[in-house]
Write a protein that binds this ligand. Structure first.
Ligand code: ATP
Ligand code: MG
Length: 388
């Protein structure tokens, strides 16, 4: 077993010593079976939330209504969730109620895909009631139970199937795919926040090209509000060689000629992310207009410029070229300019106003283009002779 499981063993043992069942469940067991790196582990137990809290000294309620308690142990924290079943779903997204149960099998039945419905005990024994291991071996994503019913309970699962395809490169099993096609429209009931999380994971997956193909073919793409008009072009976009989510968004907006801001606001992205994506897209168009100028490199900075170079060429080969241009800049940021607005006021005896900013921009241009040395005295001479 990997370190994370080893570290968490005492938690499982403590629950067992107190008469409860406890297992590792979900994605971490799937990734372990596949030999993939494991990021975070989830533990499921027959103990009810109050019972979990009684067993451990330090706990935090993080989702007690869903049965999840956070257990703190030394530096580590573990999410422990009570086995549960979910009752009828009337709104395609949330169960009408959640019942805590004592049976592992009941808990695994409510999970989305067979590969995610695995449990493992502290000795490494895997519990696989739905042939998840065979599906993993065959690289297949298959709904647990009757796919249509499962997607009717929670329509987000359809998008999750595609995101697992993007992360793992698996095929979606025929019956599962058919049910997605039949139920795609129910995606409209899902909140934008949940859709955005899964869609970003699709973009970030190693197999995003394959997943985007499925997204379109399954009909899900035409149910993604702002993307619905573009679903035919979506598969054209190649995200290979791009790394950050901002680069991937930018590529999408450039290829599909979409305004990033309006889109990302609707898709509930953070303003920080919107800002970054906007500047990638703007920088891209500036370079398209005029090639790499000193002004563009200065305005957008090295990091954005390197990303844009990747967007343009679809490969990273000119990194050294951009770095070279940036190194040669006489100014690398606004702070590098040898004068401030206050200097201009002092030299000219004029009040502050919009002219200050304009003058600083002019001086910046002169310095960037090599017509003026970035030296306080030299700039003063230039200003005084240009003001008259
Ligand atoms: P990742 O490695 O990306 O975190 P994961 O499989 O752990 O993948 P999570 O979203 O963290 O995915 O969910 C943890 C587990 O909870 C899943 O493996 C699955 O068993 C179950 N699960 C999560 N969301 C759903 C859902 N909408 N419907 C049914 N089961 C779900
Ligand atoms: Mg997880």
């Amino acid at each position: 077993m990997t370190n994370l499981f080893e570290q968490a063993k005492p938690i499982i043992k403590t629950l067992k010593q107190n008469g409860y069942e406890a297992y590792f469940v979900g994605g971490s067991v799937r990734d372990f079976v596949m030999g993939r790196d494991i990021n975070d582990i989830d533990i499921a137990t027959s103990a009810f939330p109050d019972e979990v809290k009684a067993v451990f000294e330090r706990t935090i309620d993080i989702g007690i209504q869903h049965g999840t308690v956070l257990v703190l142990s030394g530096e580590d924290k573990y999410e422990i969730t009570t086995f549960r079943t979910e009752s009828t779903y009337s709104d395609f997204r949330r169960p009408d109620s959640v019942q805590f149960v004592r049976s592992l099998l009941e808990d695994l039945k409510r999970r989305d895909f067979t590969m995610n419905a695995l449990a493992m005990d502290e000795n490494g024994k895997v519990y696989d009631y739905f042939e998840g291991k065979i599906d993993i071996e065959n690289k297949v994503i298959r709904a647990v139970g009757i796919p249509s019913l499962r997607f009717n309970e929670d329509a987000l699962r359809m998008l999750r199937a595609i995101r697992f395809q993007s992360q793992l490169g698996f095929q979606i099993e025929e019956g599962t795919l058919l049910a997605i096609k039949q139920n795609a429209e129910n995606l409209n009931y899902i909140s934008q926040e949940r859709i955005t999380i899964e869609f970003e994971k699709i973009l970030m997956g190693k197999h995003s090209n394959l997943a985007l193909q499925s997204l379109v073919e399954s009909g899900l793409a035409s149910c993604l509000q702002e993307l619905s008009n573009f679903h035919n072009s979506l598969t054209r976009v190649n995200f290979d060689t791009l790394e950050t989510i901002e680069e991937k968004w930018a590529k999408l907006f450039i290829e599909l000629k979409i305004d990033p801001k309006l889109f990302l606001v609707k898709w509930k992205c953070s303003s920080e992310k919107i800002c970054k994506v906007k500047s990638l897209v703007n920088c891209h168009y500036d370079v398209l207009n005029s090639g790499w100028t000193n002004r563009i490199l200065f305005n957008y900075g090295l990091e954005t410029s390197l990303s844009v170079e990747k967007l343009k060429l679809g490969r990273d080969s000119n990194r050294a070229y951009i770095e070279g241009l940036f190194q040669k800049l006489n100014l690398k940021s606004k702070q590098d300019l040898a004068i401030r607005g206050q200097d201009l006021i002092g030299w000219t005896n004029q009040k502050g106003g919009p002219w200050l900013g304009e003058m600083i921009e002019k001086i910046t241009d002169e310095v960037l283009n090599g017509y003026l040395v970035n030296d306080k005295e030299k700039i003063k001479e230039w200003v005084l002779s240009n003001m008259i």
